[in-house]
Ligand binder design. Structure first.
Ligand code: SF4
Length: 345
């Protein structure tokens, strides 16, 4: 069954033409689905009746069904969505003072098996379609219409650059003025370091930002933590990061999940500095979330930050430590596991 939310504006225009309709109606349908977030044909009142009748065969429009939500005391909401094939993904809504940030999934599971990540431990099922990526935004906007959604981070379940075509298609729909109308400048794609995807993305002409989940400054340690490093080692990763930085003119964010005693030793911090001074960058330290896989959480994050700060203060590298949000509901980084799918059922 064709699914309208998997169509781009141009594809909807072509569909209308193939039906002998005016392409303009394709643009109306596009705006209805992604800007107004309509869930049924009846709500598409700007279309002629004959066209609405024809569109009935494309229902239901929604590709995701919210089946469970949890809220943390800090306002973070994690929602479990069921897909039409029965798979489940999670998406996280993080309210800030004036706006909200949404963390989107791009795959059901993830094939990369990073040792510190809950999603990586559950294996890979399939890529999400562009419509399934965009529908996470449409669904949350329906539920949380009072807070403006301003930023999107592609940091949920999955490696976005292994679902390249659907990711880019979703970004174009999400940023279209007659789509979800979210500025590309407020979107960040996070990758574990898929070098060919980074190179391709650099040439795409998008205004998005890139984040690299680094977590280790030496190949030896990164091979252990992130097996993808064996395929794309740090030297190749840096070359691709520099290419992206030059094409976007933005600092690259390097995410560094802190694993006390593993990647925060004096030697590791120095090696990290030597790696990062080569590129305009931002280093985001992330207290590792307690997922009980291999590493135990450390609580004295301030003193760890100070040790990094002492090494980085003279460098032109922005150093931040991310406040971890939504830990109580296992919504923070590395905690999006579809174990909740099983639990829910
Ligand atoms: S950290 Fe990202 S890339 Fe690595 S296993 Fe988890 S979801 Fe996949």
């Amino acid at each position: 069954m064709p699914r309208l939310k998997d169509y781009s504006r141009e594809e909807l225009e072509a569909l209308m033409e193939s039906w002998g309709e005016r392409p303009f109606h394709g643009r109306q349908i596009f705006a209805g689905l992604f800007k107004r977030g309509v869930g049924s044909v009846e709500e598409m009142t700007d279309l002629p009746l004959r066209l609405r009748e024809k569109l009935c065969e494309f229902e239901p429009f929604d590709l995701l069904k919210p089946i469970a939500s949890q809220s943390a005391p800090d306002g973070t909401i994690k929602t479990l969505f069921e897909l039409q094939d029965g798979s489940a993904i999670e998406s996280v809504w993080i309210p800030e003072e004036t706006h909200a940030v949404q963390c989107l999934s791009t795959q059901v599971g993830c094939p990369l098996e990073c040792t510190f990540c809950a999603t990586g431990q559950m294996g890979f099922k399939r890529n999400l379609s562009s419509g399934e990526i965009v529908d996470q935004v449409v669904q949350f906007r329906r539920m949380k219409s009072s807070i403006a959604l301003r930023n999107l981070v592609f940091m949920g379940m999955g490696e976005p650059l292994l679902n390249y075509d659907n990711l880019v298609k979703a970004i174009r729909i999400l940023s279209a003025a007659d789509g979800a109308a979210i500025s590309q400048r407020r979107m960040t794609v996070s990758t574990a370091g898929i070098v060919p995807g980074m190179r391709r993305l650099a040439g795409e002409g998008l205004k998005i930002k890139l984040a690299i989940s680094l977590n280790a400054p030496t190949d030896e340690l990164r091979d252990q933590l992130m097996p993808i490093n064996k395929k794309y080692p740090l030297a190749d990763l840096m070359k691709a990061a520099l290419e992206f930085q030059k094409s976007s003119n933005h600092r690259i964010t390097f995410e560094y999940a802190l694993m006390p005693g593993v990647n925060d030793t004096t030697l590791m911090i120095q090696a990290l500095r030597n790696f990062l001074v080569r590129i305009p960058s931002k280093l985001n330290l992330i207290p590792l979330n307690p997922i009980d896989i291999k590493f135990q959480p450390e609580t004295n994050w301030d003193s760890i930050f100070d040790r990094f700060y002492r090494v980085f203060e003279k460098e032109r590298i922005v150093l931040t430590m991310r406040r971890s949000r939504g830990q109580e509901i296992k919504a923070a980084c590395g905690q999006l596991a579809s174990g909740s799918e099983t639990q829910h059922r």
